[in-house]
Design a protein around this ligand. Structure first.
Ligand SMILES: [Zn+2]
Ligand SMILES: [Zn+2]
Length: 365
């Protein structure tokens, strides 16, 4: 391994041992094998999926006759940025990276061999290895991490501050969700939920020249951020009837595209009611509860396109460009930078949502 400077033998990190069991520990510093990259982590973000994993949510852990996705003990963290400090044999050429580069790696490390990978849908890889959940893709809540040889890595351009680059991952996801919405010029677009993903969607949707871009959230400070990201109009469902408002704004038709980023069952119901016939409804939110709604609206009444969105395939370069362009008030979006020892606080802040937007952890604090 070609390396930048002397590396310590051990490092501090967070280790997920199971639901409600994340510990601040010491671990050996990993090394980069052939084709692999060693990164000195600058910061790691938390998101709803980290909270869901911590809380033992369905899908992450075995239950209901389904195997779990998580392989403990594992270092969490799939949103991150850092500096390249080690390159295994052939890694520099393979990934276009040099020692000292600021770099990110897409959250999924595909197998490049399954049906999905072979057809260009690598983000849906059947043998999915997502950083922070799986043994083969240890995450970023550590001083150092390895990008496995199958990873998709990007050098972060100088236009993006290393402090802001931790937001590339969530923004890449938001851009993919907006792409799924297929916004046409002049459309009325509603983004439900102004957390990190919703704010990213607003900035990405703005670039598609919608006629009216509406954001909804229960928190006034988040609505303020939504306007800073490009929302033309913000609505608080706690104060107004958002369905009536959107219908009034569209001559009674409803919005053309509805992007769900709140994870609240109520937003799904509102979305199905405020969207016009033949509209496009995109689901990104991670839901804590099951959603109950008038399902027949989708077919019998409106013939909707209801689409899911997962991860950020082919969108990292655009996410870097968007951050570099200054389209998002990054210093207000990244609200917290805490030491690894405060992982529990970081998870609480992310779960609560009222006092934080993007919570990050960083080594050496
Ligand atoms: Zn995430
Ligand atoms: Zn695959």
């Amino acid at each position: 391994m070609e390396q930048l400077d002397h590396l310590p033998g051990s490092m501090e990190c967070v280790i997920c041992h199971g639901p409600h069991d994340y510990r601040h520990e010491e671990k050996a510093v990993p090394t980069a094998g052939p084709g692999e990259v060693l990164l000195k982590v600058h910061s790691a973000g938390l998101c709803a999926s980290d909270v869901a994993c911590y809380k033992g949510a369905f899908g992450y852990w075995p239950g209901d006759g389904m195997p779990g996705f998580v392989q403990p003990p594992v270092v969490p963290g799939h949103e991150f940025v850092g500096t390249v400090v080690g390159l295994g044999e052939g890694a520099a050429e393979k990934h276009g990276l040099a020692l000292g580069d600021t770099a990110v790696s897409e959250q999924i490390t595909p197998c490049w061999n399954c049906r999905f990978c072979n057809r260009g849908h690598y983000h849906m890889c059947q043998n999915t290895e997502i950083y922070g959940f799986r043994q083969l893709a240890q995450g970023a809540m550590a001083e150092y991490m390895v990008f496995p040889k199958n990873a998709i890595n990007h050098k972060v351009p100088e236009s993006v501050s290393i402090d802001h680059a931790v937001f590339i991952e969530p923004l890449a996801c938001a851009i993919h969700a907006v792409d799924r919405g297929n916004i046409q010029e002049g459309d009325t677009v509603v983004v439900a939920g102004c957390g990190p993903i919703g704010l990213g969607m607003i900035a990405a949707a703005k670039a598609k020249s919608p006629g009216l871009l509406v954001a909804t959230d229960l928190h006034e400070d988040r609505l303020d951020l939504a306007r800073a990201c490009g929302a033309d109009l913000t609505l608080n469902p706690g104060q107004v009837d958002v369905i009536d408002e959107v219908r009034d704004l569209t001559e009674g038709y409803g919005c053309d595209v509805f992007l769900e980023a709140s994870g609240h069952p109520a937003a799904v119901d509102q979305g199905l009611r405020m969207i016009r016939k033949l509209g496009t409804f995109v689901v990104f939110g991670v839901f804590k509860e099951k959603v109950t709604t008038e399902w027949s609206i989708i077919g019998d009444r409106k013939e909707l396109d209801v689409l899911g969105a997962h991860l950020g395939p082919n969108t990292y370069p655009r996410a870097m460009e968007l951050i570099g362009s200054g389209a998002l008030p990054m210093d207000r979006i990244i609200t917290h930078r805490l030491p690894f020892s405060q992982i529990d606080t970081a998870l609480d802040l992310t779960a609560g949502g009222a006092e934080s937007v993007k919570v990050t952890l960083a080594p050496g604090l």
